[in-house]
Design a protein around this ligand. Sequence first.
Ligand code: 13P
Length: 298
Amino acid sequence: MPLAPLTTLLADARAGGYAVGYFEAWDSYSLEAVVEAAEAESAPVILGFGCLLVDRAWLDGGGIEALSRLGRPVAEQAQVPTCLLLNEANTLEQARRGLDAGFTALMLHTGRQSPTDAVEQVGALVRAAHERGVAVEGELGSLPAATGSEIDDAHAALTDPGEAAAFVAATGVDSLAVSFGNVHVLEGRSAPVDLDRLAEIHRLVDVPLVVHGGTSFPPEAVAGAIARGVAKFNVGTVLKRTFLEGLAEAVGTRVDDPGPHELLGSHSSHDLLDAGKRRLVPVVRNLIRLYGGSGRAA
Ligand code: 13P
């Protein structure tokens, strides 16, 4: 089916009182797992790849184009509404290359930039992207990062509601990622979030809001976040952790050796990477249900 504009996916989510999951893939197996989960749930889904934790030289040396060539056909064949997002481009140049390469939604990571630079760069990206019908997600505020269950908030900044409204007006972004306690790549515990701050942002900002750090977002706060304007959850770390567990178990429990061709890339029952994919599908399905997306594709 043709790709849907991100703006439509998020507007439908807001109108329907649910959120769309962006489940960040890194290869064809993870991407196919997300599609399989979304189709099984009959749910809209946001497909795509992230830049923040990927080698910059690889991305700049053709990686962005390779990811688009991998992602576009998979997204276009999906039987549920979807789009293809290049998430957290490290530079404006990377985001522009994502636009040229065929991504249908873009996000430039500006969490560490000065407000003036962020407005200038994101505004330029919005102008270029909107000319081609491509949506741009902005961010205001900066999430704490984590190593395992240790939070590092040295560069963290909560989103100021008034500044968020000014940023959206100045840049023209279609959606806004916000920081209200949510933490990036935190494992083993959930991050306490401030729904009052989110409510105040929602009061002043009219575009759909986005939560990064889906892995550690408290499940009991999901409905409250959706009621306060969140239409998209980004999930990454738990997906790779789950895939790794499936892969490690498959490696550890092998007693026979059907040979390297069967074990890697065969897509048969012997494929170790396929074991990672199979472990991932139910985890994505559960998150889609948590966000209220099941059955919304019809
Ligand atoms: P987690 O890895 O914490 O789920 O966050 C992913 C994310 O926000 C990608 O943009």
